[in-house]
Design a protein around this ligand. Structure first.
Ligand code: UDP
Ligand code: MG
Length: 317
C-alpha cells in the first residue's frame, strides 16, 4: 500500500453537491463542509450543481461563493435530474479526487475525511454504504428492498445498502465520464468501473431543512428506469411466458384432440373466452415491456446532452 501512498495535505478534494430547491441548505452545507475539511487541513473545492431549482438556490450559491473562494457553482438551464447534476459536477471538478454528497447533510460530511484518508492510502473508489437507512415509511422500505434485490441481481453487486455518497480517484472519475450512455445510474456505475474499491459505513442523517424530492411516482419511475438500464431480465420474462404458454398449449391441444376423437368434445365457450383474455393480456404486457426497451433505445440514439449549463461560478484561485 505504501507504494502509492500519497503525501497528505497536497491533494485536492472536489466535493460535488447536486442541489434542487435547496435554498435553505446551501449556506449550512457550505459552512459545515468548509469547517470540517479545514479542520482536517484537507485542500478542497466545493462544486454546487443547481439542477434547475425553482427557488433561490442559485442566489444562495452565489452568496456562498462570494463568502468562500473554495465554492464553485454550475447552473443548469432546467431540471435534468440528480444523475445529470452529478455528471456535470464531476466533469467540472479539478480535484485529484472527487466526492459526491447530498445537499441536505443526510450524508455526514465527517465521513468525507474518512474517505479522503482511504484515498490517500491508495484506494480509488470509496463507496459510502448505509449502516442504517434513516427514517423511512414501511412502504418505502418495502419498495426499496424489492428494487435493490432486482438491481443487485442485475449488477451482481450487493446494492441494498448502496448510496450516492462516494469518493472517486481522478482516474476512476475519468473512466466514469467516458461512459457514453445518456441514462446513467451513478450508484451502480461507480462499482461497474471497478478499480481498487473499499467501503465506508455511515448513518443516514435526518434531512435538516427543505423536503425530499421523491414522490411515490418518481420513485417508481426511478426504479423502472434503472432496472431496465441495467438489465434485460424483463425481456427474458417475455420469453419465459412464451415457453410456459407453449407447453400449456401442447398439453391442452392433446387433450382437446383426444376429446374430439373420442367423441365427447365439450362445448367449451368459457374455456375459449378465458384463453383469449389470458393470451391477450400476456401479449399486451409483453409488447409493453418490449416497447419500453425500444423507447430507451430511442432515447439513447438521439444522443442528446445529459444536461445544459447556463451559468458557471468559478473561483479564480
Ligand atoms: N436532487 C437533484 N435533482 C433532482 C432531485 C434531487 O439534484 O431532480 C438533489 C437534492 O438537492 C439532494 C440530492 O439530490 O442534494 C438528494 O435528494 P433528496 O434529499 O430529495 O433525496 P432523498 O435523500 O430523499 O433520497
Ligand atoms: Mg435527502
Amino acid at each position: 500500500m505504501s507504494a502509492n501512498q500519497k503525501k497528505r495535505g497536497e491533494n485536492m478534494l472536489s466535493v460535488i453537491i447536486p442541489a434542487y430547491n435547496e435554498e435553505k441548505m446551501i449556506q449550512t452545507t457550505a459552512d459545515t463542509v468548509d469547517r470540517i475539511l479545514s479542520e482536517a487541513s484537507v485542500p478542497y473545492e466545493i462544486v454546487f450543481v443547481n439542477d434547475g431549482s425553482k427557488d433561490g438556490t442559485w442566489q444562495q450559491i452565489e452568496t456562498a461563493a462570494k463568502k468562500n473562494p473554495h465554492v464553485n457553482g454550475l447552473h443548469f438551464s432546467r431540471n435534468f435530474g440528480k444523475e445529470g447534476a452529478v455528471f456535470a459536477g464531476i466533469a467540472q471538478a479539478e480535484g485529484d479526487c472527487i466526492a459526491v454528497m447530498d445537499c441536505d447533510l443526510q450524508h455526514p460530511p465527517e465521513t468525507l475525511i474518512k474517505m479522503y484518508r482511504l484515498w490517500e492510502d491508495g484506494y480509488q473508489v470509496i463507496e459510502g454504504v448505509k449502516a442504517s437507512r434513516g427514517r423511512e415509511s414501511f412502504i418505502h422500505k418495502m419498495f426499496a428492498k424489492t428494487f435493490y434485490s432486482i438491481i443487485s441481481d442485475a449488477t451482481g453487486i450487493d446494492m441494498s445498502r448502496a448510496s450516492d455518497f462516494k469518493l472517486m480517484d481522478r482516474q476512476a472519475a475519468e473512466e466514469f465520464l467516458k461512459l457514453p450512455e445518456r441514462n446513467v445510474f451513478f450508484r451502480a456505475l461507480s462499482s461497474w468501473v471497478g478499480f481498487k474499491t473499499t467501503y465506508v459505513e455511515f448513518d443516514v442523517q435526518e434531512r435538516e431543512a427543505g423536503e425530499s424530492k421523491w414522490s411515490f411516482k418518481s420513485l417508481v419511475r426511478y426504479a423502472v428506469n434503472n432496472i431496465t438500464s441495467f438489465s434485460a431480465a424483463p425481456m427474458q420474462i417475455v420469453t419465459f411466458f412464451g415457453v410456459v404458454f407453449f407447453v400449456f398449449a401442447v398439453l391442452l391441444g392433446i387433450q382437446s384432440l383426444y376429446m374430439y376423437f373420442s367423441g365427447h368434445a365439450v362445448a367449451g365457450f368459457t374455456t375459449v373466452i378465458l384463453l383469449l383474455l389470458l393470451v391477450g393480456s400476456i401479449l399486451m404486457f409483453s409488447l409493453g415491456v418490449i416497447g419500453y426497451y425500444i423507447a430507451k433505445i430511442y432515447d439513447e440514439v438521439k444522443m442528446r446532452p445529459r444536461y445544459i449549463i447556463s451559468e458557471v461560478i468559478k473561483s479564480k484561485e
